[in-house]
Design a protein around this ligand. Structure first.
Ligand SMILES: O=C(O)CCC(=O)C(=O)O
Length: 258
């Protein structure tokens, strides 16, 4: 399975321009890419004060755009997350569209970031992320700060997720945490962790890139640096099975204790 990640410089407060950038990025992807992955809040970036005007109202612009694109390109889109307005509430919503153009999964970021005062502007999700299938493989998505809460990734792994996507706008100043936490989530759950960060500035926030993919044994399969760029990786589920057989952590779980 071949996956392309867009380490995007999201233009703050300019949803139309960001849609155009993504449209062009999709168009230059090779035919053999199965899944295209986008970062967190790629329509607005962190212009939180303006989200009431900028958030996509019930997905009315972004959903049809992604659905049409997925169908035309015959690719699944793990569409990171967007600022999504519903009944006067604004969510940081992850979206997955399959190559037939159906929206098969959504998840509203459950852990809002105190350091960014996200809770002043966004409503937190009240449900945990759920597993979805792309090409018959179980996968899941968590968003950025969720990475600090291992319970969420574990709950996806216990539902049989083999891949966990982490769209983010993670700051440059804490990139060491980003890499350590992503690697830990990969090793402890024996999953592929596919992490798509953004780059560039939004007001005083600088995002740190370093989008990467860790294998189920924590091997760094590939990574990007600090510029806008594309990462392409190929993942292998037979290899994952071998890793899980060699160190069978899921058979050793003590659900009687925790
Ligand atoms: O946890 C962190 O250090 C960064 C989290 C973050 O920036 C986010 O969730 O958008």
């Amino acid at each position: 399975m071949k996956i392309a990640l867009y380490q995007m410089h999201v233009i703050p407060g300019k949803p139309e321009e960001n849609i155009q950038k993504i449209d062009q990025w999709f168009d230059q992807l090779d035919e053999d890419i199965d899944i295209a992955v986008l970062p967190e809040m790629w329509n607005t970036s962190y212009r939180l004060k303006d989200l009431n005007e900028l958030a996509d109202n019930d997905g009315e612009v972004i959903l049809p755009f992604l659905q049409k694109k997925a169908k035309a390109l015959k690719k699944h889109i793990v569409a990171g997350s967007i600022a999504y307005k519903k009944d006067q509430e604004i969510y940081n919503r992850a979206i997955v569209i399959n190559k037939e153009g159906s929206c098969i999964n959504t998840y509203d970021k459950a852990h809002l970031v105190p350091m960014l005062n996200e809770h002043h502007y966004l409503t937190s999700g009240e449900k945990k992320p759920t597993v979805y299938k792309l090409d018959e493989v179980d996968m899941g998505t968590i968003i950025c700060y969720d990475l600090r809460f291992p319970e969420l990734s574990r709950s996806l792994a216990l539902e049989d997720a083999k891949v966990i996507f982490v769209p983010a706008q993670w700051p440059k100043s804490r990139i060491d945490h980003w890499k350590a936490l992503l690697r830990a989530r990969a090793i402890e759950n024996q999953v592929y962790v596919i992490a798509c960060n953004s780059v560039g500035l939004c007001d005083e926030n600088e995002f740190g890139g370093n989008s990467l993919v860790y294998g189920p044994d924590g091997t760094l399969m590939d990574n990007l640096y600090y510029e806008e760029d594309t990462l392409i990786v190929e993942i292998d589920f037979e290899k994952q099975e071998q890793i899980r057989e060699a160190i069978p952590i899921f058979n050793s779980l003590r659900t009687d204790l925790y």
